[in-house]
Design a protein around this ligand. Structure first.
Ligand code: 13P
Ligand code: SF4
Length: 329
């Protein structure tokens, strides 16, 4: 029997995940394709991917892929970065509408105007962009950072320059704290990390004596202040692997990350930190990124089979390429 299921804005007919996985395996060979999957997409997609990882590792992996086609299961800016760094490859993404609240918070025209204003004031600065930005924004920047390399890249900005950091104000504030560099912060934020409930986190700590909090630096300061380990997704994964004693970790990041934690460090118990309460008094399920959730096995199969949606090369990618290459490779 086939059951209709709702994913994002589209009704999909239920198909057996194991059949879909077999079909994807066949199509990968037929179409000469590799699948890259971010830690925030569904576990079943991570399990069939050729490469999984954080934004930094996947951007680097994309340059090592031997096949002529890359299917990037993540969000739009990730597929765009893979295309920019590999212009000769065909880059497909399962859903063109998989965006990012951070990338959307910093439109290129607004950034350009703000940079103009700073220059007119005689300020001498370099612009450092989190990788969660559009290619048009990247083309206006001096450096690109990910959560995995931000401290090192900030160290490369000359001391006599101010830093304009876009678009994540929380990551920027955290980086100011750990690097000691003062920054002008763009007021963007991630819709997932912004909404963790501090009350629920404190309650979870009380209910789980001896537990440890791990959090992504995209979280606001009040969450990071009671966190035992702060790091991007790969750094958190390395951390839980390094702890040998079975431990309960309270996880303040996107909930699909728990799949990667459980695979890498099965000795531990991972408890997702819930989002804030909604009007009905219930806790929202906002620790699941709605953009990442647009990736489904069916859409991976469809894009492999149909060769679309594809990230098509744009003129301004050339400028973004120089910045990405010097920052990430
Ligand atoms: P990292 O995997 O680089 O830590 O990024 C987290 C994120 O929010 C991706 O959108
Ligand atoms: Fe963007 Fe946040 Fe979703 Fe990552 S988790 S893609 S930063 S909205």
């Amino acid at each position: 029997m086939s059951l209709p299921v709702i994913t994002g804005d589209k009704e999909e007919v239920y198909e057996d995940p194991l059949d879909l996985m077999d079909e994807i395996d066949e199509l990968k060979k037929e179409k000469d394709a590799s699948i890259l999957a971010h830690f925030y997409v569904d576990g079943e997609i991570q399990d069939i991917a050729d490469f999984t990882g954080d934004s930094l590792k996947l951007a680097r992996d994309a340059t090592k892929v031997k096949t002529s086609t890359i299917v990037f299961s993540g969000v739009h800016f990730m597929g765009e970065s893979a295309k920019i760094m590999n212009p000769e490859k065909r880059v497909l993404i399962p859903d063109m509408l998989a965006g990012c609240s951070l990338a959307e918070s910093c439109p290129a025209d607004q950034l350009g105007s703000f940079q103009e204003q700073l220059r007119a004031e005689g300020r001498s600065f370099e612009t450092v962009a989190y990788i969660n930005t559009s290619a048009a924004v990247k083309s206006l920047c001096d450096w690109i950072v990910t959560s995995g390399n931000a401290q090192e890249i900030i160290g490369r900005v000359p001391d006599d320059k101010e830093i304009l950091f876009v678009p994540d104000q929380h990551l920027g504030r955290y980086l100011m704290e750990v690097t000691g560099r003062k920054m002008i912060l763009w007021p963007g934020s991630c819709m997932v990390h912004e909404v963790f409930s501090i009350q629920d986190l404190i309650r979870a700590k009380r209910n789980n004596p001896g537990s440890k909090v791990i959090a992504h630096p995209e979280c606001p300061q009040n969450i990071l202040e009671i966190t035992d380990f702060i790091g991007g997704t790969e750094k958190m994964r390395q951390h839980v692997m390094s702890v040998k004693e079975p431990t309960t970790f309270l996880v303040a990041t996107e909930s699909a990350m728990i799949h990667a934690f459980e695979k890498s460090a099965p000795q531990h118990n991972f408890v997702p930190v819930p989002g804030i309460m909604v009007d009905t008094g219930e806790t929202c399920a906002c620790n699941r990124c709605p953009h990442m959730a647009r990736n489904t096995l069916q859409k991976v199969r469809d894009c492999l089979r149909d060769g679309t949606p594809e990230i098509v090369w744009q003129d301004y990618f050339e400028k973004a390429r120089a910045v990405l290459d010097k920052s990430l490779l």
